[in-house]
Design a binder for this molecule. Sequence first.
Ligand SMILES: [Zn+2]
Length: 218
Amino acid sequence: MKAVVLFSGGLDSTVLVSHLLSKGAEVRLLSIDYGQRHAKELAHGDALARHMNLPRKSLSLPDLGDLLKGSSLTDDSVELPEGHYAEESMKATVVPNRNMILLALAGGYALSSGFDTIAYAAHAGDHFIYPDCRPEFAEAMEKALGLADWEDLKLYRPFVDKTKADLVKLGTELGSALEMTWSCYAGMDNHCGKCGTCVERKEAFELAKVPDPTKYEE
Ligand SMILES: [Zn+2]
């Protein structure tokens, strides 16, 4: 398998890379600045890529955020919700059509590189709030990507039935640098510990019974 990985520098996509490498895949990373509030993850992605000695393409499209208003991740006028990921309020963090946009870009990169696969790290915990992390979306997107070019392109999403705690366990087994990953949406020096993704991250380490290496703001 030759895979372009949508790589945010977060925990999920970092474990995905370890998983792919353990399967002997050739991997290229693609990180995209789409105007997200938490652009800090991109610096972590850069450091992780160097740590793993993998090629990483960084695509800078911050103006994309102007087209994707209304989400607390791309629109400063929308307040970032605190609390548990599964709550209704977390829908404020849905970025309109984000995964179709990002996967389309990754698809172009994969095809032009002669790669046969795009990989993304959507997992079961994402489905509650992110419609574009649903298995049905991934299936339809794979079909569309296959029709978009004469070459076949697979959309590899091995985590769609796994929980975030499963990913912490898997990443620990595979030796992923989980301590270098960034999850928080708030954009402070350390993880805020209160936003949906911080709460989810903390909970995942607890459920996995793995010591949490993350520094949280007090
Ligand atoms: Zn946070």
